[in-house]
Design a protein around this ligand. Structure first.
Ligand code: FE2
Length: 378
């Protein structure tokens, strides 16, 4: 499949030697309790098409996997078929969550051994998978918590996903909502561990530190967090890493760590080029978003200046907007998408801006705190 190159903005990092070239995000795999029902949620609520399947009907006895796609975004939902299974243990401990952030590379074996030599821990050694559509090379390294990065080399493969998967089509009448590609994936790590994981991405994959937010940038009256954003050589992969900071009450990162029981993926930002249309459809489909009070919009014209969108649309849909030196961005965050307050999605439209919406942090974190208060976890 050659559809995974995203049109992320080029960064100043280009031109420097890249010893760990990555073409883009290949897929994101969740381990879930009930893949069949989760797959319908992604089709009905988020407008993903069902494209591939693996399970007992395809000769796999111990698990099922549903592959869903929209634009260049591929999500895999995997569940175990027995209580002893490693996937069942993972779900019992963490709840539904992201197991794999898979990276599309040209040479999986070379990438894997480069990472191992540079200090990564192996999740599994390179292996070649084949079926009638060709062959794929997979290898994987461990990152924070129980999350892994699978390295996917697929230039000699033209099947629906990976060898062993069969093509499927949605039975549900899916209406895509305009989601295009993965903009960034954020990890929450334990207090004191942020710098270790920033260094991991720098040492192992040659990522560069893009931005640092300290607890003065990201704090409310009650809670705080710190964040550093790392990015790969071509800028297509951006991984912000958060850790909790001391505040008067419990940080949203601590709440995540309590419920996920380890470090893990906090949110996945999906890009659209028409956020008003995308969010209108997502809301009509029943997707639940964080609420920001109407007063947020009072100083938007002054803070952000001229924008293409109608401010009334943004207000009605509760879309946030922020400007940096390169342009502006529009963004909105869902509530958690499973029972535990862990993984959620960001919907983002970049109009030049390359940053992450620092001007919205305070409003957003206050919104999250209102949700925490409702859950009794603030
Ligand atoms: Fe984000």
């Amino acid at each position: 499949m050659d559809t995974m190159t995203q049109t992320a903005p080029k960064t100043a990092l280009q031109g420097t030697e890249d010893f760990f070239p990555i073409n883009g995000t290949d897929h994101i795999e969740f381990y879930v309790g009930n893949a069949k029902q989760s797959a319908l949620y992604y089709q009905a609520a988020f407008g993903f098409e069902w494209v591939a399947y693996m399970g007992p009907e395809t000769g796999v006895r111990d698990r099922v996997s549903y592959v869903l796609q929209q634009g260049k975004i591929r999500i895999v939902l995997t569940a175990a078929l027995s209580p002893e299974h490693e996937i069942a243990r993972h779900v019992a401990l963490h709840g539904d969550g992201v197991k794999v952030l898979a990276l599309w590379v040209d040479d999986a074996e070379k990438s894997y051994y480069t990472a191992i030599e540079r200090g990564a821990e192996s999740a599994f050694a390179p292996k070649v998978l084949r079926d009638e559509h060709g062959e794929v090379v997979l290898a994987a390294i461990k990152t924070y918590g129980e999350t892994i990065h699978t390295l996917v080399e697929r230039s000699r493969y033209n099947g629906p996903f990976l060898p062993g998967y069969e093509a499927r089509r949605s039975v549900y009448p899916v209406k895509p909502v305009g989601l295009k590609y993965v903009d960034h994936c954020v990890g929450n790590v334990e207090l004191g561990a942020m710098n270790k994981w920033v260094k991991f991405y720098q040492d192992v994959m040659g990522f560069k530190l893009l931005i640092t937010f300290d607890d003065k940038d990201i704090s409310t009256e009650y809670s705080a967090l710190m964040s550093k954003v790392v990015s790969n050589g071509n800028g297509y992969i951006k991984f912000p890493i958060n850790e909790p900071a001391k505040g008067l009450k419990k940080s949203q990162i601590e709440e995540y760590l309590d419920f996920y029981r380890s470090a893990g993926v906090q949110h996945i930002a999906l890009a659209t080029d028409d956020i008003v249309a995308t969010v209108t459809q997502l809301r009509a489909n029943g997707v639940d978003f964080l609420y920001v009070p109407e007063t947020y919009y009072d100083d938007v014209p002054e803070r952000v200046g001229k924008i293409e969108e109608n401010l009334e649309d943004l207000k009605r849909l509760n879309i946030l907007v922020d400007r940096d030196e390169d342009g502006y961005l529009l963004q909105l965050f869902t509530k958690p998408v499973q029972d535990r307050p862990t993984v959620f999605y960001e919907i983002i439209q970049r109009r030049g801006a390359k940053s992450f919406g620092k001007g919205n942090f305070k409003a957003l974190f206050e919104a999250i705190e209102r949700e925490q208060a409702l859950r009794g976890t603030l």
